[in-house]
Design a protein around this ligand. Structure first.
Ligand code: SIN
Length: 315
């Protein structure tokens, strides 16, 4: 471990100089946004979830912020996977891993995209999104354990890069165990916990109206409110998945202490969503500096010093 870089980490066999980077969601869709991530203090560049073709996404307004977080029903607006594959040549000039998020509209699309990306050496890893809650008529794959297994069986026949999964939040202990049982049967490199809490509702009481247009106002919840659920998912999958599977924590991280909590639960890296939307890419420098201050005060010189060391009261 390089003690001159206390936030360095390894995810999917790739070295990241900082364990803090963007969630696949806000500000990672266009070339300009990907360049800004490359130039920022983010430890990696993660693309918006890519589909087979360009998608305009759901109708606007489709994102709304409150004091405690956000609700979105973006509907996977993205440039199509070929754009993100082509960007890989540019991404490597930023000297940090470039990860493509994949979220095909069907299993066949996912298999096709992962197969097409397989030969591209400038793509460090793939994050297979099993958890977008915002596609009308399409259930989240991660809540269907058999479908997840069937998809992963086919995906690993064609995958060329290390591949991880982005999971929805689980709320029931047997569900954590059932998904872990599926994932442990495959050579996944990482699990990203969690996507937004799907299908929440935020109301404008003045107008007595929902605040986003798609799906009668239903959308994925992010920000402060989801941190306890995110921490629980990070913790559970850290304890249930095979030792060589990295956990990436996402959900409710807006400062260094939030990142510290995720790492204490077992995250080897953390992603920023709502706060990146709010603050822009400066959030990576600020959160990194806050996390380093916390580590200095506690006498930790690397994130491995406290990763996963959360104590139980009966320990
Ligand atoms: C969206 O584009 O709807 C959000 C992506 C996701 O939640 O996976």
């Amino acid at each position: 471990m390089d003690t001159s870089k206390p936030l360095s980490t390894t995810i999917a066999g790739q070295k990241l100089e900082s364990c803090i980077f963007n969630a696949s969601g806000p500000k990672c869709t266009t070339q300009e946004e990907l360049d800004a991530l490359g130039q920022s203090a983010a430890g990696a560049i993660l693309s918006k979830s890519a589909t087979l073709e360009y998608r305009a996404g759901n109708e606007k307004p489709r994102y709304y912020e409150t004091e405690w977080g956000s609700i979105n029903s973006m509907g996977l607006p993205n440039e199509g996977y070929e754009f993100y594959a082509n960007y890989a040549a540019k991404a490597v000039t930023h000297n940090k891993p470039y990860i493509i998020s994949v979220s095909g509209m069907s299993s066949e699309d996912n298999i096709h995209i992962v197969k097409e990306l397989a030969g591209n050496e400038n793509i460090a890893a793939i994050e297979l999104n099993l958890s977008c809650p915002n596609l009308p008529g399409k259930p989240q794959t991660g809540y269907d354990f058999e479908q997840s297994r069937a998809l992963l069986e086919k995906i690993f026949e064609v995958a060329g890069q290390p591949l991880g999964v982005k999971l929805p939040p689980y709320f029931d202990i047997p569900h954590f165990e059932m998904m872990a049982e599926v994932l442990n049967d495959f050579p996944i490199s990482f699990a990203t916990c969690i996507n937004s809490i799907g299908n929440g509702l935020v109301i404008d009481t003045e107008e007595e109206c929902v605040v986003i247009r798609p799906k009668h106002g239903f959308g994925g919840i992010g920000g402060d409110f989801i941190k306890p659920t995110a921490l629980a998912n990070v913790r559970k999958f850290y304890t249930l998945l095979k030792d060589d599977v990295d956990i990436i924590g996402v959900g409710g991280i807006k400062n260094g202490m939030d990142a510290f909590e995720h790492i204490l639960c077992g995250a080897g890296a953390v992603q920023i969503g709502t706060q990146l939307m709010r603050e822009g890419t400066d959030c990576f420098t600020r959160i990194a500096s806050e996390l380093q201050n916390i580590m200095r005060k506690k006498g930790y010189t690397s994130i491995d010093d406290f990763k996963g060391t959360l104590k139980n009261m009966d320990a």
